[in-house]
Design a binder for this molecule. Structure first.
Ligand code: LMR
Length: 400
């Protein structure tokens, strides 16, 4: 039955981790996947997560099925974290929230919803974007195109290009926006630019679909990082938001996140929720409970919440310090006087270096530095001790 099947290419991000594992060099460095590491380049389980897990054991929590829409306490906490605890849309019952399988699963559920209830529309993705966005929409049978986002000349946002492409998109298109810490560029619109983007999306009657995977990792403030989404909700948009707790709570493997649909009326929100449940039931039945309990405990609990913020600030601060060290090391070695300031001005976990595919190949083949082909490096996977080595590899690759 399957004789004609050909080999699928490795995943552009997770495939890099596989290649890294297979490399036996002691110099190797994995800057591919966006996963936080400690200053010893070790995975990190947050203390607040350990506390939540201890409590779960003490309480003797069972492993019964969750309802299709997920854990009620999680759903309440997650939408409050996103939109603010006294958000009017939430109070009015206009937000349908479904616990789903982290960022990817929530986006995929949203894509399935669009395929069924908003057919024939095109989804517009930033160019570049997170590698999985294209797969997610394509696999759900939703056509995607791109809008300009990155200007290689300035290593900054191509705001004019972005606006022109959103303007040129057919009215009523779906516009995917990264809520904060744009992946892979680490470049976000300013608040003024967000407001202009909102004006244009309103004028064009487009549907915004936010991907919020790094709340707390961009500015260091959970509220500030949600400002883009909150602006659109305050302005009365109908919209979708996917949330992930992989990065900010380090719950990568727990697959915990949510899809939120903000609707014009409570009645519609109830109906949309019922349809999202129907879609989720066929896709994966109901979501996993472990991560949901952790999030409900941490996000829904004032004392622990402050401790979480401190731990997040610690993670974000370490990445910032590594960015600064890398720039110092690059400057020490660079005989051409290039401008490296983009490394410290870009935010979140990543730096978009501008390394071309052949140069990326040099990074990996010669230097055993693993990164995605688009030139993105995850600074969350670097420490100060290895910054000099990375600087050597980068200078050598840029010069080739
Ligand atoms: C990344 O961009 O590296 C992360 O979002 C991990 C992933 O799932 O691709």
């Amino acid at each position: 039955a399957f004789e004609s099947i050909t080999q699928a290419p490795p995943d552009p991000i997770l495939g890099v981790s596989e290649a890294f594992k297979a490399d036996t060099s002691s110099d190797k460095l994995n800057l591919g996947v966006g996963a936080y590491r400690t200053e010893d380049i070790k995975p990190y389980v947050l203390d607040v997560v350990k506390k939540a897990e201890k409590l779960m054991l003490e309480n003797g929590e069972n492993k019964e099925y969750l309802p299709i829409e997920g854990l009620a306490d999680f759903n309440k906490a997650t939408v409050a974290l996103l939109l603010g605890s006294d958000n009017k849309a939430v109070k009015d019952g206009r937000v349908a929230t479904i616990q789903s399988l982290s960022g990817t699963g929530s986006l995929r559920l949203g894509a399935a919803f669009l395929a069924r209830f908003y057919p024939g529309r095109t989804v517009f993705l930033s160019n570049p974007t997170w590698g999985n966005h294209k797969n997610i929409f394509a696999d759900a049978g939703v056509e995607w195109k791109e809008y300009r986002y990155f200007n290689p000349a300035t290593i900054g946002l191509d705001f004019e290009g972005m606006m022109a492409d959103i303007e040129a998109a057919p009215n009523g298109s779906v516009i995917v926006l990264h809520g904060c810490a744009h992946n892979p560029t680490g470049i976000d619109p300013t608040p003024e630019q967000w407001s202009k983007i909102a004006d244009l999306i309103e004028k064009k009657n487009h549907l915004p679909f936010f991907d919020v995977a790094y709340q707390g990792f961009a500015s260091g403030s959970l509220d500030e990082d949600a400002a883009s989404v909150r602006l659109f909700v305050e302005r009365g948009f109908e919209l979708l938001v996917a949330q992930s707790y992989s990065k900010n709570l380090g719950l990568y493997a727990e697959r915990i996140g949510a899809l939120n649909a903000v609707l014009p009326t409570a009645d519609l929100a109830t109906k949309v929720k019922s349809q999202l449940k129907r879609l989720a039931r066929a896709l994966y039945s109901n979501p996993p409970v472990h991560g949901a309990r952790i999030v409900a405990y941490v996000v829904g609990n004032n004392d622990i919440f402050d401790e979480w913020k401190q731990e997040m600030a610690g993670m974000a601060g370490r990445i910032q310090a590594v960015r600064a060290t890398l720039v110092e090391e690059l400057k020490k070695r660079d005989t051409k006087g290039r401008d490296w300031s983009f490394i410290t001005s870009q935010i979140g976990m990543f730096s978009f270096t501008g390394l071309k595919p052949a140069q990326v190949e040099n990074m990996t083949k010669k230097w055993h530095v693993y990164m995605t082909k688009d030139g993105r490096i995850s600074l969350a996977g670097l420490n100060k001790a290895r910054a000099g080595y990375l600087a050597d590899a980068m200078i050598d690759s840029f010069d080739n």
